[in-house]
Design a binder for this molecule. Structure first.
Ligand SMILES: C[S@@+](CC[C@H](N)C(=O)[O-])C[C@H]1O[C@@H](n2cnc3c(N)ncnc32)[C@H](O)[C@@H]1O
Length: 357
């Protein structure tokens, strides 16, 4: 059976699925889920992420993590946690840069949070020289000082959608098409007042809003741990700085947009991250949110232009051109540099970290 057939059977039995239930099945169904099936990265896959564009991205994040460790008082051991590590490229590049910060490499214990067995296998090969512990959920990472890095992770967490029909909020669900052939969106009558971020409660009528309870919960847990034990977190993703109405659920397949309800499990499903709601939850949990700033500004402040210049000095003309292209892609406001935002979490009393001055 295809995942679509499995979901249709389930809806016939128990009724329409929430958008979050649908996303969870499409991305993480044990057999057919998008991330369970293998490696979706690269030119021959569905999308390319920043660490796959250039080693410069991970190297600069590795140095940022080293400074965050020093700022937290250089604890003897620190959990370096990556959420959704993909191919393991970002962590490999970060660990290569870590020795440049005196004492940081010796303090680091690496924890990767990954749900996909196929991607975990690729990470194991890429990081075989490092001492790594894998977890299926962030809650399983041991307590203690920590630095959390998440690039294009929060956008993969399941969202809920609600349509504001004036006095009511109607949940949007996934149902079977009237002719029985495939899936469609439907609005249900309101049955409960949804829990919305403060910035969405006063949204005008006739708009759709999105909430990501999983992202809010994980940012609360991270903020609480940073407040209790010290450390920092860095979230890099596409999204908006302030909570705003609008529908951003999208599917991507072979580098093109795809209908989110067609052939579930074969396309990446994401939604924009509401950094405003995350920041609000971080402050409410006793820590401080910095930013978001654009990825372009963040990487430029960290010295990506200078790093590219150094790499170009030892490169062939062809490699030098690749480095220039990668730099443009990562920092140009019209490309990933403007589309992606970076937010940090620190302890309340900690000084600002690089990139957020
Ligand atoms: C778009 S990829 C980003 C990969 C990597 N961070 C990068 O920049 O190349 C999303 C990653 O998050 C993982 N993932 C998705 N949902 C997850 C969840 N609920 N818990 C843990 N990992 C998850 C996927 O398996 C994948 O490794």
């Amino acid at each position: 059976m295809s995942l679509e057939e499995i979901l249709i059977e389930r809806i016939r039995g128990t009724g329409p699925l929430t958008i979050a239930e649908y996303m969870e099945q499409a991305l993480a169904h044990p057999e057919h889920g998008y991330y369970m099936r293998g490696d979706p990265f690269g030119v021959s896959g569905d999308f390319v992420t920043a660490p796959e564009v250039s080693q410069m991205f991970g190297e600069l994040l590795g140095l940022w993590a080293g400074v965050a460790w020093m700022t937290a008082g250089s604890p003897e051991t620190i959990n370096l946690v990556e959420l959704g590590p993909g191919r393991g490229t970002l962590m490999a590049d970060m660990l290569r840069a870590a020795p440049l910060v005196d004492g940081f490499s010796d303090a680091v214990e690496v924890h990767l949070v990954e749900t996909s067995p196929a991607l975990q296998e690729i990470q194991q090969q890429k990081l075989e020289a490092a001492n790594v512990v894998w977890h299926r959920a962030f809650a399983d990472v041991p307590e203690g000082p920590l630095i959390v890095i998440a690039n294009e992770f929060l956008d993969a967490l399941p969202i809920e959608q609600y349509f504001h029909a004036g006095d009511f909020w109607c949940p949007r669900m996934v149902d079977i098409k009237p002719d029985g052939d495939g899936l469609c969106f439907v609005l249900l009558p309101p049955f409960d007042q949804p829990e919305l971020p403060p910035g969405l409660i006063d949204a005008p009528a006739d708009v759709m809003v999105e909430v990501c309870p999983a992202a809010l919960d994980i940012s609360e847990d991270i903020a609480r741990r940073i407040a209790d034990h010290g450390g920092a977190a860095l979230f890099v993703d596409y999204g908006h700085g302030q909570s705003a109405p609008g529908e951003t659920l999208q599917a991507v397949k072979n580098h093109n947009f795809h209908d989110p309800l067609v052939d579930p499990g074969t396309a990446d499903l994401t939604a924009h991250v509401d950094f405003g709601a995350l920041a609000q939850r971080v402050f409410a949990s006793g820590a401080r949110a910095l930013g978001p700033v654009t990825q372009g500004d963040f990487l430029t402040t960290l010295g990506i232009v200078e790093r590219a210049e150094i790499l170009r000095k030892n490169a062939t003309p062809e490699q030098a051109e690749d480095i220039a292209q990668a730099l443009k892609r990562l920092v140009d406001p019209e490309e990933m540099g403007g589309l992606f935002k970076v937010m940090a979490v620190t302890a309340l009393e900690a000084p600002p970290l690089p990139g957020f001055d």
